[in-house]
Design a protein around this ligand. Sequence first.
Ligand code: ZN
Length: 201
Amino acid sequence: MTATDAEPTGARARQTYYWRVRNARTRHRPESSAHRWHIQPGHPGGAYSDLGHELEPPAHHAPTLLSRSRPKPRGHEQQFRGGCLTCAWEGPVYPGSGHGDGDNSAIEDAHDHAFPGWRELPPITRARDRRQTQRNLTRWTQLTSQYPLGWVDQGAPILVWSRHRREPHLPPHRGSPRYELRVDRPPTHRDKRATDQDSLF
Ligand SMILES: [Zn+2]
């Protein structure tokens, strides 16, 4: 392998290298491109994302999701890790099936990198408020007034209570340039339901 063929690190560099492999610009088989780390389609900087594809990195850290497929004796294993569109930071690797399994943890790591302390942001607690809060200026101002200065403009996430276990996080898009992170309800809100369930058994 020549120096120029070495797999680089960092989300942007990996995405470029993935396309070089896929477009037969390297000595590797194009069919093997899925085994290279690349930005998960639909996530910032990745294929199918309508967030925008500016060539210049943003001035602040910007979370995204990397994925690859690894060959296994039987079939293959999907792996995920968090990435950043601004620097070469990459998070630990999580195997998982996606749809909230593996990808959620990687996305959360990327937010720890870009927005440390994001878990303390106020969550939207009702499912029907998810969209309305972003459309209603009063509600939006009320919610984001509790965000650290500058975070909203930098694409800090909105937090919503999950509707079910491992509800997948939603990537940003042009109409909503921030991740929607589905977080667990605090235990106090689950205690009653758990008790009700227990009484059935
Ligand atoms: Zn970064």
